[in-house]
Ligand binder design. Structure first.
Ligand code: AGP
Length: 588
């Protein structure tokens, strides 16, 4: 999983490419590189962040890459772009070329010499061979991509031509139309300061980009008509807007993320269901959103919901019934989730995806799509997309319930009111930031933190623990509070921090007992609760606004996100780009 960008126009390509790559770094940041060409192709690439590139290359057409290593170590040698033996071409690639070993073997036997261990490099060598046959860049590009298997978004340039050729298959590629200049990139924010007029490429489509023209083709070379449209994201939406980190900015954008998601969902009439059973499938934070969806749908509709990790779902043998299968992925590019969706569809399950990225790969693999409208999320740790996913799942449950007459009009409109109040609820929860920041001091030197909750607060605990380990590198585990005494309690000793999420619902009294149990073993208990009575049980309490059982998880989520953020900040961690991780995981 990597980010790619291409530019063709009157400006210095290197400047545009480097600036764009910085906005794509969430996709990977093991190495970065650019190739700029007119009469000759000039290259700069190196291990590490995009900011290490100097960008002193002259030329008006170019391509760039930011890498999350899959094939080959994250070092200078394996950085993109690649220029092959002749230096006539440069290419960048996002995805995996599954048949690269065979292709490489053949190329080596014909005398090609490779400079890297990557799968990607084979493409530039194929391009060289194909070009020798015809002397035509476009034709050579078509002939070369026809040899590839796997997933790929590729951009290529040729010495002496002001042209970029691109292909998309199972990895994203968006084309941006400017005024006398044109762009292509893995994601819209990369070129948003220059144009908001975009076309999203579909699988198997090829683009040919010049300064003042953009042409699209299918893989056989037949021209394809594509519509451009305007996106209403301001360039600022992809910047930090004064916040220290993207993650903090995105946490504070949650009221707006919910508002926008609700607005787009409510304006759509879902006639969906009834379904006797629902499966929800996702990875990481998207899985946790699915867990909250399960608690909501089971409680309000009584429909059984099973939540699966996408990577495990794929090992599941066919089962007798075909449940409605809901795939959650903010990026829409997670390989395991896409593969799971394809599997479910091939087995005849009705499929629906919830994603934040319009035109992302998952949308081609399912029958129905719900777009969350959280806006671009740059921080690797998902925050506003999680809140938007849960919002979408609640609305999905309500729509199924309504169209199958499982919810009375009164209940439905009560739930709608609750949904409408969510942005205000989140704003109120955000007001506790100061307190959360000071409580984080208690956590910053911990080796291990436990999160406990019951019912709806168990998935919130899971998400809190995931956020904490992801950005602060502190070991954190979530348990349903009732499970503690079945093993994990043995790990509690003097000063072990336990974050207890306590709502005034059917779980309240039992949660108080669980707090007692861990306190008795010396734990330091930090409660997240609206209830003052909890002060008698916990060592510290973070106040959350009062909310109905079904909606309190939204407020509690904000607190666990901020707790992770401030703990990581005190530890001096790279919050927006945690080690070993990337924003979208396109490998299985
Ligand atoms: C979230 O903070 C993580 N970065 C990660 O768990 C993420 O949720 C997971 O990789 C799934 O991503 P997706 O939603 O884009 O499919």
């Amino acid at each position: 999983m990597c980010g790619i960008i291409g530019y063709c126009g009157p400006r210095q390509a290197a400047d545009i490419l480097i600036e764009g790559l910085k906005r794509l770094e969430y996709r990977g940041y093991d190495s970065a590189g650019i190739a700029v060409g007119n009469h000759e192709i000039k290259l700069e690439k190196r291990q590490g962040y995009v900011s290490l590139l100097r960008g002193k290359l002259e030329g008006n057409v170019g391509i760039g890459h930011t890498r999350w290593a899959t094939h080959g170590a994250p070092d200078d040698r394996n950085s993109h772009p690649f220029t092959g033996c002749s230096g006539e071409f440069a290419i960048v690639h996002n995805g995996i070329m599954e048949n690269y070993k065979e292709l490489k073997q053949e190329l080596l036997s014909r005398g090609h010499r490779f400079s890297s261990d990557t799968d990607s490099e084979v493409f530039v060598h194929i391009l060289e061979e194909e070009y020798e046959k015809t002397g035509d860049f476009r034709e050579a590009f078509f002939d070369s991509v026809s040899k590839l298997e796997g997933s790929f978004a590729i951009l290529a340039i040729h010495r002496g031509e002001e042209k970029i050729m691109g292909i998309k298959k199972d990895s994203p590629l968006i084309v941006g139309k400017g005024n006398g200049e044109n762009f292509a990139a893995s994601d819209i924010p990369a070129f948003l300061p220059y144009t908001s007029e975009i076309a999203i490429m579909k699988d198997g489509e090829v683009c040919e980009i010049e300064r003042s023209s953009i042409r699209f083709y299918d893989m056989r070379g037949t021209p394809v008509e594509k519509k451009f449209r305007f996106v209403d994201w301001s360039p600022d939406a992809a910047e930090k807007a004064g916040y220290e980190h993207f993650m903090l900015k995105e946490i504070f954008e949650q009221p707006m993320a919910i508002e926008n998601t609700i607005h787009s969902l409510f304006s759509r009439d879902f006639q969906i269901g009834p379904y006797p059973k629902i499966d929800i499938i996702g990875c990481g934070t998207s899985y946790n959103a699915g867990m909250l969806g399960k608690y909501f749908i089971e409680k309000t509709l009584g429909i059984p919901v099973q939540v699966h990790y996408a990577s495990e779902y794929r090992l599941r043998p066919p089962i007798r019934e075909n449940p409605m299968s809901v795939f959650i992925t903010q990026s829409g590019e997670t390989a395991d989730t896409i593969a799971a969706a394809k599997l479910a569809r091939s087995r005849g399950c009705p499929t629906l995806a919830i994603t934040n990225v319009i035109g992302s790969s998952i949308t081609n693999s399912v029958e129905h799509v719900i777009h969350t409208s959280a806006g671009p999320e740059v921080g690797v740790a998902a925050t506003k997309t999680f809140i938007a996913q849960v919002t979408a799942l609640y609305y999905l449950g309500m729509s199924v319930g309504r169209s199958a007459s499982m919810l009375s009009e009164k209940t439905y409109s009560g739930l709608m009111d609750g949904m409408r109040r969510l942005p205000r609820l989140i704003e109120a929860a955000l007001e506790s930031e100061q307190r959360i920041s000071s409580v984080s001091r208690l956590l910053k030197d911990s080796n291990s933190i436990f999160y406990i909750g019951r019912g709806f607060n168990y998935p919130v605990s899971m998400e809190g623990a995931l956020k904490m380990k992801e950005i602060s590198y502190i070991h954190a585990e979530a348990y349903p509070a009732g499970e503690l005494k079945h093993g994990p309690l043995a790990l509690i000793s003097g000063g072990t921090p336990v974050i207890a999420i306590v709502s005034r619902d059917e779980t309240y009294d039992k949660m108080l007992s669980n707090i007692r149990e861990v306190s008795a073993r010396g734990a330091t208990v930090i409660a997240i609760s609206h209830e003052e009575e909890v002060d008698d049980y916990a060592d510290y309490r973070i106040e959350v606004p009062e909310a109905d059982d079904l909606f309190s998880p939204f407020a509690n989520t904000v607190v666990v996100q901020l707790l992770a953020y401030h703990t990581a900040r005190l530890r001096g961690c790279e919050i927006d780009k945690p080690r070993n991780l990337a924003k979208s995981v396109t490998v299985e």
